[in-house]
Design a protein around this ligand. Structure first.
Ligand SMILES: Nc1ncnc2c1ncn2[C@@H]1O[C@H](COP(=O)(O)OP(=O)(O)OP(=O)(O)O)[C@@H](O)[C@H]1O
Length: 325
């Protein structure tokens, strides 16, 4: 399938080219299988949401992509090479993993300048990325005085320093105020529109629904879903109708076999397999009095929780065993 270009930018867009590729990736920590035979690809021009409950293996996967942890087996590559084989890593992939990992006595400018010098990046890029993240006014301040939101912006400036075609963000919205959240969402969208591949982890579906074009869901280190966000939303929305009234039992007996039904309180039914118009018409034809007829969409958060329930229960069991020791 040929994908339409989403915007002009310095990177190839819509070619379907894979920028980050994970193949059979596995990581064991002693008895813990943190990442289990994971395979997925991150494409340019898209924000790919990397979603999973706490402990699912997201950070471990990102750390292996970035060469910070060695895989037990399998491979993770950026632009076709493992991170360790990148001639200029900051020019291949920019990452925001831990916004706190900055010397507090250094100014923002000198922090970025040291990174640039170590990676063969020009001094001019430092000023450019400080402006991009809105820190140019505080460039000469020590980072120890920065708020979490400012440290997060500095971490993103560092990620952008090498103007890389791939960006990796681990839970970048954690702890941010609403303004910071809106800003990072906008930045991720902008980076993708420029043609970069953006991989961003989160444990909240609601965040991803607003930001990501593509979704990779993991649980217990394993792949659960790898799908376009639109396909995911379409597949999981608009299938329930709540019906209320004094004669819902009569309506229940009139329903065709395609309808599935469960009670909701004494006078309500939740019907799947028929839309509100079909149900309303059926009730009218049968002379059934209705007091409510409401299409309901399960929240994406609910769908995500259903998808990953087994993984979460597994984690809870482990937790219980550990605490009962
Ligand atoms: N250095 C380590 N040593 C031992 N076990 C580890 C180590 N790092 C991670 N783990 C375990 O690997 C599993 C996956 O952890 P990971 O941090 O990758 O998950 P996550 O999806 O990023 O979770 P969260 O959303 O809580 O950050 C967990 O069971 C965790 O306890």
């Amino acid at each position: 399938m040929v994908r339409a270009p989403v915007a002009r930018g310095p990177y190839p867009i819509g070619s379907g080219e894979i920028v980050i590729e994970v193949c059979g990736l596995t990581k064991r920590y002693g008895d813990v299988l943190a990442v289990d035979d994971l395979t997925f690809a991150v494409r340019p021009g898209e924000v790919t949401g990397f979603l999973g409950p706490n402990g699912a293996g997201k950070s471990t996967t990102l750390r292996m992509i970035l060469g910070l942890d060695a895989a037990s087996s399998g491979t993770a590559t950026v632009g076709g090479r493992p991170y360790a084989a990148q001639p200029a890593p900051l020019k291949a992939v920019g990452a925001l993993l831990d916004a706190g990992a900055v010397l507090p006595s250094r100014t923002a400018y000198h922090h970025l300048l040291a990174l640039a010098a170590g990676n063969g990046i020009s001094r001019g890029r430092v000023a450019a990325v400080l402006a991009e993240v809105g820190l140019d006014g505080v460039a000469r301040r020590r980072t120890g005085t920065f708020s979490l939101g400012m440290r997060q912006r500095l971490g993103i400036a560092a990620a952008l320093l090498g103007d890389p075609p791939a960006l990796v963000f681990d839970e970048p919205l954690n702890g941010l105020d609403p303004e910071g959240i809106v800003w990072i969402r906008g930045l991720m969208r902008r980076m993708a529109a420029e043609g970069r591949a953006v991989l961003v982890s989160s444990h909240l579906m609601s965040e991803m629904a607003l930001t990501a074009d593509h979704l990779i869901v993991i649980g217990r280190g394993r792949l659960i879903a790898d799908t376009a966000m639109k396909v995911f939303i379409d597949a999981h929305s608009g299938h329930e109708v709540l019906v209320r009234g004094p004669q819902v039992e009569t309506l229940r007996r009139m329903l065709p076999p395609v309808a599935e039904v469960r009670p909701d309180g004494a006078d309500g039914l939740v019907v799947t397999g028929m839309d509100a118009a079909e149900l309303g018409a059926l009730a009218a034809a049968g002379g059934v009095e209705l007091h409510e007829l409401t299409p309901r969409e399960p929240s994406l958060e609910q769908v995500f929780m259903d998808l990953t329930r087994d993984a979460v229960e597994y984690q809870a069991e482990i937790g219980e065993k550990e605490t009962s020791r």
